[in-house]
Ligand binder design. Structure first.
Ligand SMILES: C[S@@+](CC[C@H](N)C(=O)[O-])C[C@H]1O[C@@H](n2cnc3c(N)ncnc32)[C@H](O)[C@@H]1O
Length: 280
């Protein structure tokens, strides 16, 4: 864990103060992601895509979320894969804040290895420099990793799995909490800016989205998983699944201009459309 206990406690006090002021709905998710949300800003369609991928590997998939924190994303996955588990190396985060530690979140490498092998290992936002690709690769058939181009992987750790015998099948782009946080700060928490429409429009044009979701599998299941995801993505669009199935907090993403399939002008060509799945 890269945060010290005192840092976490101080952040938690600020979080409590923020909440006592009755903030607008769901803002806390994107201002205090560790306590109230996730470091990646997902929608229900992301959860459903991950579930479709897991189910394409097995009818009863073994799923692990590595570095799951308090388990915000894992809780959503468990609505569909009830046996999904999480690994969070720092079990003390639960005890410090008197949160019950769910039985399906484990804290040791030993648990991780004993509970594997897994059909799908999900690796949400991980601190720069943390690199357990080799360990993950040995006990999983599929890796879905979200990485933040603004600060994670590529620096000391890594997010690519080709060198560990995996094939990259597909990827899509979403905002990270920090992208949403900037928009919230500009629109709601920086009063001089709010009255300056020109400045607000200028800043909106700079809007970016740094979070990439990469799907890797072992070669022997690559074709099957790719086809299932392709079929699902077609269904997602044709049946308007995004409009039918949403989390309440998605309204904040819309409000901040990070709509489903929004094209961000500040990004260069391929992959500049949010949530658009690109196949490799
Ligand atoms: C930035 S948080 C992300 C939490 C969650 N995945 C999310 O996106 O909101 C990274 C978490 O990974 C945990 N972590 C770091 N290295 C780990 C490891 N080797 N095994 C398990 N968890 C680890 C940290 O303790 C921390 O809670």
């Amino acid at each position: 864990m890269s945060f010290r206990i005192e840092e976490l406690q101080s952040a938690y006090l600020r979080y409590k103060t923020f909440m006592s002021r009755n903030p607008r709905g769901h803002h806390e998710r994107f201002i205090f992601p560790f306590f109230a949300g996730s470091y990646f800003s997902y929608r229900k369609v992301d959860v459903l895509r991950v579930v479709v991928i897991a189910n394409s590997i097995s009818s009863n998939p073994k799923y692990v979320d590595v570095g799951c924190g308090y388990g915000d994303f894992l809780f959503q996955i468990r609505q569909f894969i009830p046996n999904a588990i999480g690994i969070e190396q720092d079990g003390s985060i639960f005890y410090i804040f008197h949160k019950p530690k769910p039985a399906f979140i484990y804290s040791s490498y030993e648990d991780w290895y004993n509970l594997g092998p897994f059909d799908l290992s999900f690796i949400g936002w991980m601190q720069p420099g943390v690199d357990f690709r080799e360990s993950v690769s040995g006990i999983t058939k599929c890796v879905i990793t979200t990485f933040d181009a603004g600060g994670q992987c590529g620096i000391m750790g890594g997010c690519e799995y080709e060198e560990f015998g995996f094939q990259k099948l597909a990827w899509w782009r979403t905002p990270s909490w920090i992208d949403v946080n900037y928009e919230l700060m500009n629109s709601f928490y920086t009063s001089p800016l709010k009255s300056d429409e020109k400045k607000m429009n200028f800043l909106a044009g700079l809007r970016s989205a740094h979070n990439f979701w990469y799907v890797y599998t072992k070669p022997e299941i690559a074709d099957r998983v790719r086809e299932c995801l392709r079929d699902w993505v077609m269904k997602e669009k044709e049946e308007g699944i995004h409009f039918k199935q949403r989390f309440g907090f998605e309204s904040v993403l819309d409000e901040c201009g990070f709509h489903y399939m929004e094209t961000l002008e500040s990004l260069s060509s391929r992959g500049n459309q949010l949530w658009q799945v690109e196949f490799d």
